[in-house]
Design a protein around this ligand. Structure first.
Ligand code: UD1
Length: 367
């Protein structure tokens, strides 16, 4: 048996951990413990996802909460060290690029525990993004780097990671998406809290926005809202609002056009139910760039760069920056692009199985 701690802390982690839990159970030989750091804690940002994704209760809840980067990272580290000393895992598996990923990787390595990083190697080459720092540091101390796309492999090799530690496995996020799409087919959507807000006829758009670079500054946020206001003259824009963005809209005293339909943050399944039928998705999320590519939905990413270039090269994604005119131009481009987009290599719903197989092989070489 291999003892593994799985770390989940913030909303985008939960979708990646759920398929890994299922695959660990089918693989046998893996005894795992689920740690929730508490980086995200509101019902809509956390428990709603655990419920939708069928994750049960975490074995450890670290209650880290919000704070500055240093406060949040430090508070996760202090609590996670105690868990490692008690559980004594052979491996700690971290996913993505949030503060919980970084904090738990550092603690593990200093206790001489092997670290596996799922979604390694992605680089925006923008070191003002907190996630870029989290990615660089986590990869630099990981024993196994699982990558989702070729660019991730190339970045790691350029940074002198040995090829033997780098594995292109596909994407656990897509494992989860394909699994949840099947569940949704059987699901009674009228049970969703905001079922009434999904337009029954005619096209609509879907938007998510939460990056500090887009929402923390009033002029950036206004420029984005102005562009989306133009789209909203054509069709309704469904907009579940992240808590960070909610605070900023209120703080800046902004009033959004009525046809931008503001909702509270949605659980995974309800959110998918909305965006899978959207004409176009506007976002600054990492995961949604990939999920829209997997389902062939046009996506405008409101950023200057992306650490997920395969979504632009192969998929439906178009980068727009934050200027009003460039968002509108990217929208036109994304609608055209839909026709000849494809699915990236190994995004086939089997990444989690590959991950455990590689980890078990690696473990057997070490003992
Ligand atoms: C974090 C991740 C980001 C990820 C995003 C998804 C880092 C550095 N950032 O950003 O990569 O894309 O999650 O959501 O790890 N808040 C609540 N309730 C919650 C959680 C947060 O109200 O349950 C509020 C708090 O006021 C907090 C703010 O949202 O200050 C931001 O939360 P935080 O976890 O610091 O960063 P995110 O912007 O969510």
């Amino acid at each position: 048996m291999v003892r593994v701690i799985l770390v989940a802390g913030a909303r985008p982690n939960f979708m990646k951990i759920a398929p890994l839990m299922r695959a660990a159970e089918s693989a046998g030989e893996i005894e795992y413990s689920l740690v929730h750091t508490g980086q995200h804690y509101d019902y809509e940002m956390s428990q709603a996802f655990f419920d939708d994704l069928g994750m049960g209760k975490p074995d450890y809840f670290l209650n880290a909460g919000s704070g500055s980067h240093a406060e949040q990272t430090a508070s996760i580290m202090l609590e996670f060290e105690k868990v490692c000393l008690e559980y004594k895992p052979d491996w700690v598996l971290v996913v993505g690029d949030v503060n919980s990923t970084l904090a738990c990787a550092i603690v593990s390595k200093k206790l001489h525990i092997n670290v596996a990083h799922v979604e390694a190697g992605l680089r925006s080459f923008d070191r003002t993004m907190p996630e870029e720092i989290n990615r660089l540091v986590t990869d630099s101390i990981s024993d196994l780097c699982y990558v989702t796309e070729r660019s991730g492999e190339q970045n790691l090799l350029k940074e002198n990671h040995p090829q033997s530690r780098v594995h292109l496995v596909g994407h656990v996020m897509i494992d989860n998406l394909l699994y949840q799409m099947k569940i949704l087919e059987q699901f009674d959507a009228s049970a969703f809290a905001h079922a009434e807000d999904k337009p029954r006829v005619g096209p609509y758009a879907f938007m998510t926005l939460h990056r500090p670079a887009n929402v923390d500054n009033a002029s950036s946020l206004r420029s984005i809202v102005e562009a989306i206001g133009v789209v909203a003259e054509e069709m309704p824009v469904i907009f579940p609002v992240h808590p960070r963005t909610r605070k900023k809209i209120d703080q800046f005293g902004m009033v959004l056009p009525e046809n931008i339909v503001q909702l509270p943050p949605l659980g995974f399944r309800e959110s998918l139910w909305f965006w899978k039928d959207a004409q176009v998705v506007f976002t600054d999320s990492g995961g949604l760039q990939e999920e829209t590519t997997a389902l062939g939905i046009p996506c405008v990413t409101i950023r200057e760069n992306t650490e997920r270039p395969v979504t632009v090269e192969v998929g439906t994604n178009v980068l727009s920056g934050i200027a009003t005119e460039s968002i509108l131009a990217a929208y036109e481009q994304a609608m055209e692009k839909r026709k000849n987009s494809g699915i990236p290599e190994k995004w086939d719903g089997k990444a989690s199985e590959r991950i455990w197989k590689i980890l078990l092989d690696q473990h057997s070489k070490e003992v």
